[in-house]
Design a protein around this ligand. Structure first.
Ligand SMILES: NC(=O)c1ccc[n+]([C@@H]2O[C@H](COP(=O)([O-])OP(=O)(O)OC[C@H]3O[C@@H](n4cnc5c(N)ncnc54)[C@H](O)[C@@H]3O)[C@@H](O)[C@H]2O)c1
Length: 407
C-alpha cells in the first residue's frame, strides 16, 4: 500500500537531463519525486522555476510543480521506479568518474523494495549496470533477484531536449530479459519514439559508440582545417566541393569539441580497451588540440597590432545554449587572456556574467555585439549562435576576422 508521501518515480539528479525527464514524466500524470544534492536546485524547482536554460522547460516545470506531480527534495522517497541521471565526468588520466552514480545508489538503496526497477540514464562505462546491481545487493542482500535493473542512455540535443525526450528512439539494456521488458513498459508511458531492447552492456556501449563516431568524424574535419591552413586552401570551399560527391559527407570543422558528451564519452571506451581503441584515442587528441591551435593563430595575428582589442564571439560549447562544459571557446579565451594577447571583449548573449575561470584573468570583459564591433580590431567567431548570424558584414569590413565556425 502506497503512502501519500511516496512517489511513482524518483529521478536522481535534476540537471540538463534529469529535470526535463522528471518534468515530462510528471506531465503524464505520474507522481515524480526529484532528488538533487544541490539545495539551491531543489529550492528553485519547488518554486516552479528552473536553474538551466532550455526552451519551454520553465513552463512545463511550473505546471507540474503547481499541480503536485513534481516535487524536489534532497533525499529520495519510496517509489516503483528509480531513474539515475547524475554526472559521469572524467577524472585524472581521462578515466571515467562514476562516484556520483555510486553515491546516488547509496542514497536510494534504503528506499528500495521488492519489485522496484532501477534505471541508469547517466552515460556510463560498460559494466556499470552490473556494478550498480552488486552495490545495491551488498547494501540490501535480501533484494537479490527481487528488483530489476536497466540501462537507458539519453541522446537528446540541448536546446531541443523536450521534443527529443519524447520523439527520439531509445535503446534499453536490461540486466535481465525481465528488466528490459519492465523498462520498455515504463518508457512507453512517455516516449513516442521506438524502444529497442537489448542487454545492459550493449546499451552502455551504444551510447559511447554514438559519441565516438561523431568525435572521429569531427576530428577528420578539424585535422583537414589545419592541413588546409598550411596549404593555403579555403577549407569551407573544399568541404563544400568534396560533399558534392554522392557518398561523401565531411562535417564542419570548429574550434574544438566541447560539451559533456562527445568530448568525454570516447575516453570511456579508450579507458576500457586502451591498446585497441587507437583511432578513437587519436580523434580525441586531434579535437582536444584544436583550441590551442586556434588560440596560437589569434595570438600570431594580434601581434601585428599595438594594443589590440579582440572580440571573442561565443563562450558556450555550441550554438544557442549557455552550457560551458568542456567548451573549446572558453579554453581559447582563457589562453588568449593568459598570454595577454590584448584586451578581450567576450560576447556571450546567454550569460549575465563572466564565468569564474575568466573573472580572475586580466583585461577580459563581458560585452555586447554592438559595443564589441565598435571597439575590436580582431573578431574571432567561436560559436555560431543565432544572435550572431545577422551581424551586418559592413561592420566587419575594417576588422581582422577569424571565423572558426564558417558562420
Ligand atoms: N547534458 C546533455 O546533453 C546529456 C546528453 C546525454 C547524456 N548526458 C548524461 O546524463 C548524465 C547527467 O548529465 P547532466 O547534463 O544532466 O548533468 P548536470 O550536471 O546538468 O546535472 C546533474 C545533477 O545531478 C546532481 N547530483 C549529483 N550527485 C547527485 C546525487 N548523488 N544524488 C542526486 N543528485 C545528484 C547535481 O547536483 C546536478 O544537479 C551524465 O552522465 C551525462 O553524460 C547528458
Amino acid at each position: 500500500m502506497k503512502k501519500a508521501m511516496d512517489a511513482d518515480v524518483v529521478v536522481m539528479g535534476l540537471g540538463y537531463i534529469g529535470l526535463p525527464t522528471a518534468g515530462l514524466i510528471a506531465s503524464k500524470g505520474i507522481r515524480v519525486h526529484g532528488t538533487d544534492v544541490n539545495p539551491s536546485v531543489v529550492e528553485t524547482i519547488n518554486k516552479g522555476e528552473i536553474h538551466i536554460v532550455e526552451p519551454d522547460l520553465e513552463g512545463l516545470v511550473s505546471y507540474v510543480v503547481k499541480n503536485g506531480f513534481l516535487k524536489a527534495d534532497r533525499k529520495p522517497v519510496k517509489a516503483d521506479v528509480f531513474l539515475i541521471a547524475v554526472p559521469t565526468p572524467l577524472k585524472g588520466g581521462h578515466r571515467p568518474d562514476i562516484s556520483y552514480i555510486e553515491s546516488a545508489v547509496t542514497s536510494l538503496a534504503p528506499y528500495l523494495k521488492k519489485g522496484d526497477l532501477v534505471i541508469i540514464e547517466s552515460t556510463s562505462p560498460v559494466g556499470t549496470t552490473e556494478k550498480v546491481a552488486e552495490d545495491i545487493y551488498s547494501l540490501r542482500p535480501e533484494l537479490k533477484g527481487e528488483i530489476t535493473l536497466a540501462y537507458c542512455p539519453e541522446r537528446v540535443l540541448p536546446g531541443k531536449i523536450l521534443y527529443e525526450l519524447e520523439q527520439n528512439d531509445r535503446v534499453i539494456g536490461g540486466l535481465t530479459e525481465e528488466a528490459g521488458e519492465k523498462a520498455r513498459d515504463f518508457y512507453s508511458r512517455f516516449v513516442k519514439g521506438n524502444l529497442h531492447v537489448t542487454n545492459a552492456r550493449t546499451a552502455e556501449m551504444c551510447k559511447l559508440v554514438e559519441n565516438a563516431y561523431r568525435d572521429v568524424n569531427i576530428a577528420f574535419a578539424n585535422e583537414l582545417s589545419i592541413i588546409c591552413d598550411h596549404m593555403g586552401i579555403n577549407v569551407w570551399e573544399l568541404i563544400n566541393l568534396a560533399n558534392k560527391h554522392p557518398r561523401v559527407n565531411i562535417l564542419k570543422p570548429g574550434p574544438g569539441v566541447g560539451g559533456h558528451c562527445i568530448a568525454v564519452d570516447p575516453w570511456f571506451i579508450v579507458n576500457s580497451v586502451p591498446d585497441t581503441a587507437r583511432l578513437i584515442r587519436t580523434a580525441r587528441e586531434v579535437n582536444d588540440a584544436k583550441p590551442e591551435y586556434v588560440a596560437a593563430n589569434v595570438i600570431k595575428k594580434a601581434a601585428r597590432f599595438k594594443d589590440p582589442t579582440i572580440a571573442c564571439f561565443g563562450l558556450s560549447y555550441k550554438a544557442d545554449i549557455d552550457d560551458l562544459r568542456e567548451s573549446p571557446a572558453l579554453e581559447i579565451v582563457e589562453r588568449l587572456a593568459k598570454h595577454r594577447a590584448g584586451r578581450i571583449l567576450v560576447v556571450e548573449p546567454h550569460l549575465k556574467a563572466l564565468p569564474d575561470r575568466l573573472k580572475a584573468l586580466p583585461k577580459v570583459e563581458l560585452s555586447t555585439i554592438d559595443e564589441s564591433l565598435k571597439e575590436a580590431d580582431i573578431v574571432v567567431i567561436l560559436v555560431d549562435h543565432r544572435a550572431f548570424r545577422n551581424i551586418d558584414r559592413m561592420l566587419l569590413r575594417e576588422k581582422l576576422l577569424i571565423d572558426t565556425r564558417g558562420l
